[in-house]
Design a protein around this ligand. Structure first.
Ligand code: GSH
Length: 224
């Protein structure tokens, strides 16, 4: 398989598609393209009609869009085991994944993923409401599965929410104890530590994704 992603510092949709490979030990050639450059669009022209990453190529199969990639991996390479096995839990996990995929616009616009930065930020009421909803989701799942992943075992919904754990770290968002427990689980997982190390080695700056006022020392350069 080949997985096309963008800058690991900034590309949250790339992280969502990349995570199952790192977390579940799937093999792929990772092709990283610099966001918003000619190389990015020229390379993608022959790979996806959508001109966005992530894109997965598996023999003849071409899958674009993070959620479609997660579903494809689950179905074709993970024997259906990457969603919760109980039907009600699976339905809820998919609902939460779709909620992230189609929502949280204020949070996504005002708190762009920027792994190596630590920032102060003034947020709108809409973004604060998004954070409260995230806190509620994580807290509710931690009550059901204390100290574990959102549905106990790691599943695709954890891939969908991982970038938010990083964004809350960058913008120093105060979360409830239960939500912090989940955030810390994400931040200390070997797959995320690997992503952070790879992001920290990048030097490109994408001005569109730089928000807030820098706080020093930046967390990306210190221990979590
Ligand atoms: N809904 C898509 C969103 C993909 C997306 O917006 N990717 C960004 C990078 S994080 C991108 O390729 N942007 C390039 C552009 O918009 O020109 C998904 O879930 O994969």
């Amino acid at each position: 398989m080949k997985l096309y992603i963008a800058n690991q510092n900034y590309s949250s949709w790339s992280l969502r598609a990349w995570l199952p490979f790192a977390q579940l030990g799937l093999d792929a050639e990772i092709i990283k393209l610099p966001l918003f450059t000619d190389t990015f669009y020229q390379t993608l022209a022959s790979v996806t009609p959508a001109a966005k990453v992530p894109v997965l190529i598996d023999d003849e199969c071409q899958v674009w869009d993070s959620l479609a990639i997660l579903e494809y991996l689950n179905e074709c390479h993970l024997d259906g085991k990457a969603w919760p096995q109980a039907v009600n839990a699976r339905a809820k996990a998919r609902a939460l994944a779709c909620e992230m995929h189609s929502g949280f616009m204020a949070l996504r616009n005002e708190m762009p993923m920027n792994c190596r930065a630590t920032r102060d930020i003034a947020l709108s009421p809409a973004a604060l409401a998004d954070i409260r909803r995230i806190d509620d989701i994580w807290s509710e799942q931690m009550k059901a599965y204390p100290g574990q992943w959102l549905f106990g075992e790691w599943s695709m919904v954890d891939a969908m929410y991982a970038p938010v754990a990083l964004r809350c770290r960058t913008y120093q968002i105060a979360l409830s104890d239960a939500a912090t427990q989940y955030q810390q689980r994400v931040l200390h997982s070997p797959a995320i530590l690997r992503w952070l190390a790879e992001a920290a080695s990048e030097t490109d700056i994408v001005p569109e994704d730089e928000a807030g006022t820098p706080v020093f020392p930046e967390v990306g350069k210190a221990a979590i």
